[in-house]
Each structure stands twice: as structure tokens, then as C-alpha cells.
Design a protein. Structure first.
Length: 204
């Protein structure tokens, strides 16, 4: 224990950040203490500003500081396909590939009963509403939904739930292909990845 209440409080709050354990939180806290006099004020201002100015897009639920995010505003993107992701940060990973020019929808999580996350906690009904709006000619018709979720139990559960929910709405559902990464050694590929690679094999 540090026996300094203010410092212990800072370490505790920092340790609540994803990927930050107690030791990392302690290092960050000491770094803040040793920083220049105005660093704490600038950090505090940045936190307050992002909390006040950044919110979710009214259409896709990506983070933005305007009513509609830049991807929803972009007139050069196609309206007939939506890529569904777990978190806003996933959009940047897909954008960096340059392979997708449609629209996005952010769920803000995946179904995880062990963590108490249900379908009602996610932006699932909003996704269905976007599809229904296209069917009712109130918005562009959506022809394909790409489910770009992690290939784990929670991701698979969410994909199955969405597939059942969107069944019969005339929308093609697809998910990202999973398999052996480019440049990897087969000796180090796990069984599940190898199974996915065989299922998703392509003809030469």
C-alpha cells in the first residue's frame, strides 16, 4: 500500500483502464507526479473536453464531435453495405485495409452472458431499424451486412443472434474470413485457425 490516499485513488482509477494492471497504473501515476507543472492541467482539460464534445454518431454510433460522423457523411461511400463492428476503434483497422467503402454500424460490445452483457445492451435494435428503413424505402436499401466481429465465443454468439434476427429481411449476411495469416508459419497455427483456413479455402 502507498499510504497516500490521493495517490492510491489515482492508481486505483488508472488500473480500471483496459489493459492497465496495478503495476502499470502505479508507473503512470508516478509519471504524472514527475511531469511538468502544467501537464496535469492539460491532461485534465483533455479528459473534460473529450467527455463534453465527443459522443456517438446518430446513424452508426461511431464516436464523433458532430451529429453525423465523417463515414456517414462521405458521399463517395456506398449505401448498400454495412460493416458491423464491436467497437469504434475497429473501424480504423478496417479503413486501413482500404478494402471496404460502405457504411458502418458499431454495436459497442458483444453478447457476453458471463459479463452480464445482453443483446439489449448493444446497438442491435438500431441496426435492425436501419435495415427495416431500407425495406420501407425510408432509407437506402441495404443488400449486405458484413459481420466483422472477433472469432471468439462472444463474437460467434453475437453473429448467430444477428443472423437469426435478420433472417428473412432479404439481406445477404457475411462474416470476415478467418484462417492462416499472411507470412505466418503453419507450425505455429492453432487448431481452430487451421480449421477455419480449411473451411475458407479458395480455388486456384
Amino acid at each position: 500500500m502507498l499510504n497516500i490516499p490521493a495517490l492510491e485513488k489515482l492508481v486505483h482509477e488508472l488500473s480500471r483502464l483496459p489493459g492497465i494492471g496495478p503495476k502499470s497504473a502505479q508507473r503512470l501515476a508516478y509519471h504524472i507526479l514527475k511531469s511538468k507543472d502544467d501537464y496535469v492541467e492539460r491532461l485534465s482539460e483533455a479528459l473534460i473536453r473529450v467527455r463534453a464534445e465527443v459522443h456517438t454518431c446518430n446513424v452508426c454510433y461511431n464516436y464523433t464531435d458532430t451529429d453525423i460522423c465523417k463515414y456517414c457523411q462521405d458521399a463517395h461511400r456506398t449505401d448498400d453495405s454495412i460493416c458491423v463492428v464491436e467497437e469504434p476503434s475497429d473501424i480504423m483497422k478496417i479503413e486501413s485495409s482500404g478494402a471496404f467503402r460502405g457504411r458502418y454500424h458499431v454495436l459497442h460490445g458483444v453478447i457476453s452472458p458471463l459479463e452480464g452483457v445482453t443483446a439489449q445492451d448493444l446497438k442491435i435494435k438500431e441496426l435492425v431499424a436501419r435495415v427495416d428503413a431500407g425495406l420501407n424505402n425510408q432509407a437506402p436499401h441495404i443488400r449486405e451486412i458484413i459481420l466483422a466481429l472477433d472469432a471468439d465465443l462472444e463474437g460467434d454468439t453475437t453473429i448467430l443472434y444477428l443472423a437469426k434476427l435478420l433472417q428473412g429481411k432479404g439481406v445477404r449476411l457475411s462474416r470476415l474470413a478467418h484462417g492462416v495469416p499472411i507470412g505466418s508459419d503453419i507450425d505455429f497455427v492453432d487448431d481452430r485457425t487451421m480449421g477455419q483456413a480449411l473451411e475458407n479455402r479458395v480455388e486456384l
